[in-house]
Design a protein around this ligand. Structure first.
Ligand code: SF4
Length: 63
């Protein structure tokens, strides 16, 4: 499982980084999120799926 954040959709609500701090962080420049690791460790797959569900902009993409 891989994860990325669509920078065009992300509005910097921070939910992903709050819910899954091991997977996401926010850029200082624009406040948009990015994935810390494209490859999601098996133990964090649940958090990754929750981030997809909780992002109000549907900006978190699993592939
Ligand atoms: S929850 Fe969605 S909109 Fe908010 S920072 Fe994360 S990716 Fe961006």
């Amino acid at each position: 499982m891989k994860v990325r954040v669509d920078g065009e959709l992300c509005q910097g609500h921070t939910l992903c980084a709050m819910n899954a701090p091991a997977l996401f962080a926010l850029r200082d420049e624009d406040g948009h999120a990015y994935a810390l690791h494209e490859d999601v460790p098996a133990e964090l797959e649940g958090e990754a799926k929750e981030a997809v569900r909780s992002c109000p902009e549907q900006a978190v993409v699993l592939f």
